[in-house]
Design a protein around this ligand. Structure first.
Ligand code: HEM
Length: 75
């Protein structure tokens, strides 16, 4: 593979490419973000509302990185 980033992200760990782990981590972060949002609305989140916002920006950032890395497979 010509592109070194693409070659790296398809390295397999336990038979699964690294980029797939990134995707699973990304979706988990979104689910945690949404869960915190729902708990805040139900008044069942004991910590600061900022956890929802912090996780939202973190999730969006890693989703963007994940997407950009995945696109390198087609460059
Ligand atoms: C990754 C992106 C995000 C996801 C998946 C997400 C998800 C959710 C969900 C599922 C709820 C509960 C809605 C309900 O039960 O009616 C919620 C509530 C809320 N979210 Fe988000 N959210 C995200 C980003 C944001 C951002 C960026 C902001 C503000 C800048 C925000 C502000 C709020 C507010 C104000 C509430 C209502 C909390 C309350 O009822 O007191 N969210 N969110």
């Amino acid at each position: 593979m010509a592109n070194p980033i693409a070659a790296y992200i398809i390295q397999r760990v336990f038979g699964i490419p690294l980029i797939v782990y990134g995707g699973v981590f990304t979706i988990l972060c979104f689910l945690i973000t949404a869960s915190i949002g729902i708990l805040v609305r139900k008044d069942k989140w004991p910590y600061s509302f900022n956890w929802h916002l912090g996780m939202a920006y973190f999730s969006l950032t890693i989703a963007l990185v994940h997407a950009l890395l995945a696109i390198t497979l087609y460059l």
